[in-house]
Design a protein around this ligand. Sequence first.
Ligand code: MLC
Ligand code: AMP
Length: 521
Amino acid sequence: MSTLTSRWLDRAAETRTAVLDDARSQSRSGTHSYADVVAGSIRVASALLHASSRASLGGQRVAILIAPSARFVEAFFGVLLAGGCVVVLSPLHPAPETRYFCDDAEVSAVLVSSEHAALAAPLASSANVRDLDELLSAREDIGAVTAAALAAGGDAPAVQLYTSGTTGKPKGAVITHMNLEVQQELVGAAWGFGEADTLLHALPLHHMHGLAIALLTALGAGAATRLTTFDAPALWESMKDATVFMGVPAMYHRLFVAFDAADEATRTRWSAHARALRLATSGSAALPVTIAERWRDVTGKIPLERFGMTEIGVGITNPLDGERFPGCVGFPLPSVETRIVGEGDRGEVAETGELWIRGPSVFAGYHRREDETAKAFVPDADGGAPWFRTGDTVTRQGGPSGPFKILGRTSVDILKSGGYKLSALEIEEVLREHPGVGEVAVIGVPDEAWGDRVVACVVRRAAAPSTSACDEAVLRAFVREKLAPYKVPKDIIFLDELPKNALGKVVKPTLSAQIAAAIRT
Ligand code: MLC
Ligand code: AMP
């Protein structure tokens, strides 16, 4: 049995609160003890095992489409205890994207809670859609569940998270039980998590930040988690009952938009709530120093900024106690080895270059993408474990023992909008399917609210059929049918031509500079 699942089962008798459901997103609001949620997960696992007629799901992928709630946690651990690997789906994705995730992962079942039943309906023809409430009403078969959990060791796949890359469609990053248990320990210890904590959690659960860095760290430490969806005024209010808040920079930006719009008395109350938190962290994208300093003005401390990835969890963090460096992400966690590599791919150490990482929290590979996996890892010249290439350009501020500073991405085709990693190529591929589009280049324009503002530059097809109107509204609606709303370009700009080099390739840095200048004027 992995430490992840044994640690979970060890909490079966604990009456402390594990999850506080939010009335806004949940029919079954209220508080749920560890004992209740562990019991729920055992019922889900029992039902899955009985339906499969096998002693263990043996790493089968099981998708879950469930609102942030205790039910989510029950389904998540239910799949793990039965020996399955969880694919977290999000209600934000339209049917074609959800179908792609299910097909790519070859899921054996999709567990759906009642509030998302309508969203799952289009999947029913191709996938085994199961009502979570039905699974939760199963009889606990602790013998079968313990046997299945025992069969899934540290190397077993626990979660498959879809992440965008430099090839069109998102890839399924396979994260093992060991990866997650190491994260629980490292992050929990570095940030001082304990049973007295209440985590205020408004992050989406289909990504590493919300799922593992936030939720699993809190559960691993026996803390309580208030699961909710993002709403800036409600979050300021909820900070009153929390000890820790974790957010992406776009959330901090939004919090301050609401703060600035509030009256004096409200601001005073919200400031007091935020000051009483013992910890506020930021990650998934660069936290602008101006936002960090505003948070310090309100609370006395800048947020604790850290660096992470779907493929590695948190790798580098500023300290909980001691000096935090604005604009920097701090120092590697114990057991995380780092190397800064200059151009040329030969692994030569440099002052500024691509960050390579290795250690027990690095993922196992991309599901059924051997080529992509091979490209992501570099063999170690001295015969040690291979290095994972992060694709981030970094340096160490003030010299080789200074804190890490993230300077940008090595690829112009990877964008970060509001903390979501987006592939410019994926969005371009969708736009190219429209009959009115001749050429297209998707770029990220620096933006205070989103980090990268996604902009599509389109050259209309000269010989487009007269029926295929191609204006901004039409193209945005076209993308929205196929991709999550956060991937829909914020602006679509029509150009006569795109800047290209001698090989006919679009020169995105030139295009980005032109568009950024045009937007500013
Ligand atoms: C929402 N919209 C976005 C967007 N989020 N557009 C671009 N980028 C985003 N991130 C769109 C909506 O679809 C809507 O468009 C419009 O913006 C306004 O939406 P909203 O309702 O005001 O936004 P909201 O739902 O409140 O979302 C904002 C947010 C969200 C910041 C809460 O983006 C968010 O949860 N981001 C977190 C992403 C995350 O967890 N990443 C972690 C990756 S893991 P329209 O057209 O419909 O009006 C990782 C590892 C690590 O990176 O180290 O952590
Ligand atoms: P994802 O694939 O969604 O997990 O995104 C991982 C990427 O987010 C990293 O490769 C970085 O580019 C970015 N990232 C995460 N944390 C930070 C941070 N604190 N500062 C800058 N970029 C970050």
